[in-house]
Design a binder for this molecule. Structure first.
Ligand code: UD1
Ligand code: UDP
Length: 370
């Protein structure tokens, strides 16, 4: 490594981190000044591996942390303990983390203890309620506090950080790298989702938020079944998250319906194909709230609050909560009122232009090498 080179360690733990960090890793690989290394905590296993494969990324270090139905305290403790040893071996100049998972919070803390500079990709998202989303709002508060660079996807996320007192020189609006990833794959030759008849309107569903576990998630599932019952040209496609708290209830409430297809999580390319084919998307996912508007697909968000208010303000995403009546009513309206549908299917994309990763790399180069 020459004097001019810097060691950048990119951390990925879960599926969305891999999707959103992949463009940064690829852009760093093309930068002569960067020696990029990839650390997979593997907080997720299968869901992480398939994304890394899509982007041709092989981790340099793989901690293989995931355990079935892992609890937050044990996950946090194991990650923090083992990350310290990895950082001692790797000695990076900069650690990059993305988003708000337990991997992100613990990696930022481990770097802090070793006095390694942290860059936070997708910084400044806030609901203002530490219980929602749980535990992600706390994770991003901690990661933000420990970061030297805040790569905010939107002006709104930058403003959140400035209100918290961060040095404006450390906060950069870059766009969200999720749009870089989407643009990388969306024009590939994607096979349409299997089992969806040509005349059927596809309603794509994802759900996994911890704050909805229990009765709220059961209501979500009952509502999805009612949407299928109420519209006989609708096919529901629901790739079920492998978290046992989700999959057990989803299968119990939604199995054995002729127009509801439950499947394992789709790999990223088939999932993008399903979003393209969808008429409507019901989700509590963060990433899907960002991707679907870029594809012109209306989204009903089955959460009470969102840290992604931009698409709501544009009128292309609507919050319905994990609320049976609101989900059935709003989905019913979009499925039966073409005017209401058209106003939400505008194709407005407030989360980036596909060049976020390049901006992040340029900012790092400027600050590290002058
Ligand atoms: C995690 C993140 C959440 C993120 C979500 C994206 C935390 C606390 N949660 O939630 O912020 O939105 O990922 O999907 O960081 N599992 C598998 N295979 C996999 C992945 C998960 O079997 O590839 C199962 C395992 O039983 C695992 C469980 O899901 O223990 C929960 O995984 P975990 O990462 O703790 O939480 P998620 O609900 O996936
Ligand atoms: N996704 C996927 N397969 C699926 C469901 C989602 O590849 O079956 C992708 C989706 O395109 C998005 C990301 O996973 O980029 C969102 O991940 P998730 O909903 O698990 O987490 P969140 O974004 O809520 O943190």
């Amino acid at each position: 490594m020459s004097d001019k080179q810097k060691r950048i360690l990119c951390v990925v733990g879960t599926r969305p981190e891999a999707i959103k960090m992949a463009p940064v890793i690829l852009a760093l690989r093309a930068a002569p000044w960067a020696q990029v290394r990839v650390l997979a905590t593997a907080q997720h296993r299968q869901m992480l591996d398939q994304v890394l494969e899509v982007f041709g990324i092989v981790p340099d270090v793989d901690m293989n942390i995931m355990r079935p139905n892992q609890t937050l305290p044990e996950l946090t403790a194991r990650l923090l303990g083992e990350l310290d040893g990895v950082l001692a071996d790797e000695q990076p100049d900069v650690l990059l983390v993305q988003g708000d998972t337990t991997t992100v919070m613990t990696a930022a803390m481990a770097a802090f203890y070793r006095r390694i500079a942290v860059g936070h990709v997708e910084a400044g998202l806030r609901t203002g309620d530490i219980q929602n989303p749980f535990p992600e709002e706390m994770n991003r508060l901690v990661a933000g506090r420990l970061s030297r660079w805040h790569f905010a996807p939107t002006a709104g996320s930058r403003d959140n950080l400035l209100r918290e007192g961060f040095d404006p020189a450390s906060v950069h609006v870059t766009g969200n790298t999720v749009i870089d990833a989407l643009m990388n794959v969306v024009d590939r030759d994607l096979a349409p989702p299997v089992g969806v008849a040509e005349q059927e309107r596809l309603v794509l569903v994802t759900a996994h938020r911890r704050e909805n576990f229990g009765a709220p998630f059961r209501d979500v599932c009952r509502a999805i079944r009612a949407v299928a019952d109420g519209h006989d040209d609708v096919r529901i496609l629901y790739p079920v998250h492998p978290n046992p708290n989700v999959s057990a209830v989803a299968h119990e409430v939604l199995a054995n319906h002729p127009r509801i297809t439950l499947c394992a999580p789709l790999d990223y390319l088939p999932f993008v194909a399903a979003m393209k084919r969808a008429y409507l998307i019901l989700t509590d996912s963060g990433g899907v709230q960002e991707e679907a508007p870029a594809l012109g697909k209306p989204v009903l968000v089955m959460r009470r609050e969102t840290e992604r208010p931009e698409a709501v303000a544009e009128g292309v995403v609507k919050l319905v909560g994990p609320d049976y009546d609101a989900i059935v009513t709003e989905a019913g309206r979009l499925l039966s009122d073409p005017v209401a549908y058209a106003t939400m299917a505008k194709g407005v994309s407030p989360y980036g232009d596909g060049n976020a990763a390049q901006r992040i790399v340029s900012i790092l180069q400027h600050d590290l090498l002058g």
